[in-house]
Design a protein around this ligand. Sequence first.
Ligand code: OSB
Ligand code: MG
Length: 367
Amino acid sequence: MKLERIELRELEVSLKFRFETSFGVEQRLRKVLVTVFSEGLEGYGEATAGSFPGYSYETTRTVWDTLCEHVVPRVLGHDVQTPAQLLAWLAPIRGHNMAIGALETAFWDLQAKAAGVPLWVLLGGVRTAHPVGASLGIQESIAKTVEVALAHAEAGYKRLKFKIKPGWDVAPLRAVREALPEMPLTVDANSAYRLTDARVFGQLDDLGLDYIEQPLAHDDLVDHAQLQRLLATPLCLDESVHSPEDARKGLQLGAGRVINIKVGRVRGHLLARRVHDVALAFGASVWCGGMLELGVGRAHNLHLSALEGFSLPGDTASASRYWDEDIVEPTLDAVSGVQRIPEGAGIGVSLKRDLIEKLTLRRETFA
Ligand code: OSB
Ligand code: MG
């Protein structure tokens, strides 16, 4: 399909809640939306980068510049047959996976629409609905943490994940475990600890957590392997895995037994699927992570979650948990903790163009 025209938009949106992690607080977010035009069809992608480089070096601004200066000029006007071919054109670009992933996922949407099938079919998925959990930020008190946990359990979420940081870990989790003895619980440190904090992990190990997500450095596999040897609880890798090779090396080292797959972090669906395949070959579990996506990114996450190996609940919670009004129809809300994968060709959602226009800070069209 010839990439006839590519449109970029930067949107500004406000989360309904203050989302605190070990690297900072997010509430007002800027997101880049990509539309690829070909043969009268439109494919949509959303960059997963945040405004602040706390999770990754990529930000809304680097995504915008990388797309404008390097990604779009390399592919615009080309006749692209497959996502693999698209990635081959972009292979000389080191890193910037979230920028490339936004375009790559838009291309998948375009191809699925051209084929007249839902994206999950093209990806090789096996299910039409997926159980989801909720990722809960650091709260102002233990009482508030328990209250938020109970509210989300009540809402039907199948697993609750709590952000932790040094000084905010064992005590809030113990309180939640007492309040919800049977609930699948996990924690996510976003790289806030070191191997010398092994005592904290020893205590978390007694709480029956499903996994501990990215406790150690964002670029580490070796220390994670050492920590994993000390714990019964599986470690889950997030920040450390940018490619199928990273996944293979991490699992070979024993750095974890679970991988959080995020489309943007690994350059899009094709490589996300390969990370999934590598994990399965090692007998590791995977689940679909989230990056506070708007409807386009959320829909892509749901389609990816249709792959066989996504055996654990994803972070793809209800859109109305995050936004007063999302940018797509239908609104992607879970019912009793289960998200239906949107039906129809491609990602199966349509854009609310008036709302998008109102949220747009800048727009650039390449043709
Ligand atoms: O580490 O999984 C993470 C959000 C932004 C950056 C990193 C992470 C997260 C989340 C939220 O945990 C997931 C979501 O609800 O979209
Ligand atoms: Mg994480």
